[in-house]
Write a protein that binds this ligand. Sequence first.
Ligand code: SF4
Ligand code: SF4
Ligand code: SF4
Length: 435
Amino acid sequence: MAEVYNWQLGRKMEYPYEGAHPERQFAFVFNINRCIGCQTCTMACKSTWTFSRGQEHMWWNNVETKPYGGYPHFWDQKILALLEKANPDGQIWAPRKRSDTAPYGVFEGKTVFEAVSSGQNPEGDIPVETSSRVLGYLPADNEWDAPNIYEDTPRHPAEQNQRWGGQGASLPTHSTWFFHLQRICNHCTYPGCLAACPRQAIYKRPEDGVVLIDQSRCRGYRKCVEACPYKKSIYRGTTRTSEKCVACYPRLEGKDSVVTPDGMPIETRCMSACVGKIRMQGLVKIAKDGTWAKDPDNPIYYMVNEEKIALPLYPQFGTEPNGFYIPPRWVPIPYLHQMFGPGAEAAFEAFVCPSRRMLGLLQLFRATRTIIFRFKVIEGHKISESEVTLPGGKKKKLETFNDTVIGYDAKDREVVQLTVEESVYERSKEHYNSI
Ligand code: SF4
Ligand code: SF4
Ligand code: SF4
């Protein structure tokens, strides 16, 4: 095994291949707080990429309800249970070891790669088929059924699942809760799928870090399905190959002649269809050592590295996913810790009490289909002042300003301009209720 640096773990880790890094990386931020679970994103992907025979069970984009929902069923509970067995002392973080190169501290447990290389082969009640390179399992066929199982089913503190507990409305965290988790392939920096493929059919594109399966090389061994901890590589029986999200790469390349006539990179189908405006997609510059090159005016870089408002999903898996989430504000912090790592509390605070620049940037989510490479905030007048309650009961003052935010495309041309306060147009009395 080679040694590579995983900045999300704050340390070097073992990986079957030497690190090879793209110039730019496809990355995205999903604001969980805004998702209404409408599945428009899911259908946008389905109707573009997976509408053919043999793909009926395939949802490259899916939205599941946590804590119980999952596609395939209980995917994260199963892989977490395997990882727990490989880490008998727990999946431990040392958040005090935070630094510029370790923004969440240091993960001191074993990743899905290290659990196998160290000779661990956990066995138990979950059927395990551990690839020689990556800890994982192959879901049974029926686990891909009912992709939205447990839809809108809340967690109640008295474990009276699936029924209303009669309480729930007290911030900062509710005692009865659920949330929607939007999932696509994370186009990981160290993909589990790529590491496990015995045919070397999976590759990461040098220009944008998109992870693809070469259909002509794939023989359908399903090692990628077993090894992807997020279960985002899926087997197709009619072609006997595996398939996965392709990040809508013609749109990224600006080569979709219908929607990208001027050759500008635009957002993927699932991003640009999002009704709740929860999604922002970008391309971040990658330094030679694989870390993100400093670029604080890039929206994704700013949210992940400067504000630390958006966090990777299960960073302890070790694949360095390039999808990031603004955690839901009503969910107990310990649950968020296990799902997003030790940065959850700070991300929560950055969201409920955002800086002026962050509040401006939040307006740009889904404001344009063109990918925004740079943003700028111009200060406006103060519009309100309030107090917010943080976990633990701490109070913090929140001032809101009517700032203007501008987004620029790949050629640094202005493509969108908005203010924090939405403009209101008042109809004249003669035209009330008229069209
Ligand atoms: S999410 Fe899974 S399928 Fe996608 S790149 Fe990472 S390991 Fe591969
Ligand atoms: S990026 Fe494109 S291929 Fe991937 S889930 Fe979204 S719509 Fe589907
Ligand atoms: S379209 Fe947007 S709001 Fe609707 S389910 Fe998908 S991510 Fe959530």
